[in-house]
Design a protein around this ligand. Structure first.
Ligand SMILES: NC(=O)C1=CN([C@@H]2O[C@H](COP(=O)(O)OP(=O)(O)OC[C@H]3O[C@@H](n4cnc5c(N)ncnc54)[C@H](O)[C@@H]3O)[C@@H](O)[C@H]2O)C=CC1
Ligand SMILES: O=CC(=O)O
Length: 327
């Protein structure tokens, strides 16, 4: 029997690659370069494949799908799938899968790391100490914001938003949340209270974003929203960059409309809006929220399971367009 042809757009952790290479039914090819594929390379390499494991930086649109005639599945190595035109895939009967749940706590943990770092000036204080500027204890050195007992605002009460809010229990915080609808599960697990976005922005000391990137969430936080926030507010974003209007953010940080920001994602990744990198009250990470060895391995194995199921004519466990399966 001919083997199924699987293409991997960027090397996955070793255990996931082993699971692919050790499967006798698969003929696997992987992008040999340690960089994303160019558009042209992507179009060329999806041709003649049965399955493609994609990265969140690969734009999988109708043009790619048409170049990939015969492909049965795009298995995205991420929970977010805004890089894939799911409607176009469904129309063509192509399955799309993602990697939910396994990265939930890892991502929520990193949101907390950003919150602590931004609230307590960890990054500039570390730099100051390394540079030999520490000349002894001082009453006004790197004064930050208290965390315990404060109000936490969570926008997006799904898997990661819930895990993030649950972790606030040790800090005796009041939890407010906003979503398109109230979420009884979030309330049961976190004790959080549903409020409208405006109330959340006005009352929260810390605001963390956990929404998918959709037309309705693009620039969810822009000039007006910064004006509503407390001047002491700390904003955290581990969702998708375009959820924040980054130019408005730089302005808000420079003009003291908010106190600090912690970002893992950017509006025009990997570019940063001019001015952002110069700000001491911005903690900037290179999109690493799910980057632990354990989690990235689980994500890879999940992709392999999804690919193998699809190629065997089964509905993959993490299929986000089961309508395509019926086709
Ligand atoms: N920085 C990173 O490396 C990572 C980023 N992510 C991002 O986090 C996002 C969330 O992941 P999950 O929690 O697993 O997704 P989820 O689907 O479980 O939760 C998303 C929540 O956002 C809500 N939502 C949608 N539109 C909204 C709006 N306009 N206002 C308020 N709430 C809205 C949904 O109703 C849902 O409750 C992913 O889509 C991905 O983009 C996820 C993992 C790692
Ligand atoms: O950004 C990462 C994801 O899993 O989504």
């Amino acid at each position: 029997m001919a083997k199924w042809k699987v293409y991997v757009t960027r090397l996955l952790p070793p255990k996931a690659m082993e699971a692919l290479y050790n499967n006798p039914d698969l003929e696997v090819e992987v992008n040999p370069e340690d960089r994303p594929l160019t558009r042209q390379e992507l179009l060329e390499n999806v041709r003649g494949r049965d399955a493609v494991i994609t990265q969140l930086v690969d734009k999988i649109d109708a043009e790619v799908m048409d170049a990939a005639k015969g492909v049965k599945i795009f298995a995205n190595y991420a929970v977010g799938y805004d890089n894939i035109d799911v409607a176009a895939a469904t129309e063509r009967g192509i399955l799309v899968t993602n990697t939910p749940d396994v990265l939930t706590d890892t991502t929520a943990d990193l949101a907390w790391a950003l919150l602590f770092a931004a609230a307590r000036c960890i990054v500039p204080a570390d730099k100051f100490t390394r540079e030999g500027k520490y000349k002894g204890w001082a009453p006004m050195l790197f004064l930050g914001q208290d965390i315990t007992g404060k109000t936490l605002g969570v926008i997006g009460s799904g898997r990661i938003g819930t895990a993030f809010a649950k972790k606030s229990k040790g800090f005796d915080m009041t939890v407010l949340y906003n979503d398109v609808n109230p979420n009884p599960r979030f309330e049961a697990e976190t004790g959080g209270r549903f409020v409208d976005k405006e109330t959340l922005l006005k009352e929260s000391d810390f605001i963390s974003l956990h929404v998918p990137l959709l037309p309705s969430t693009r620039h969810l936080i822009s000039e007006n929203e910064f004006k509503m926030m407390k001047k002491t507010a700390v904003l955290i974003n581990t969702s998708r960059g375009p959820v924040i209007d980054e130019q408005a953010l730089v302005k808000a940080l420079k003009e003291g409309e908010i106190w600090a920001v912690g970002l893992d994602v950017y509006e025009n990744e990997p570019e940063l809006t001019p001015g952002l990198a110069e700000l001491d009250n911005a903690v900037l990470l290179p999109h690493i929220a799910s980057a632990s060895i354990e989690t990235r391995t689980k994500m890879g194995l999940m992709d392999v399971d999804n690919v193998v199921a699809a190629l065997n004519g089964q509905l993959p466990p993490n299929c986000i367009n089961p309508e395509a399966f019926k086709k």
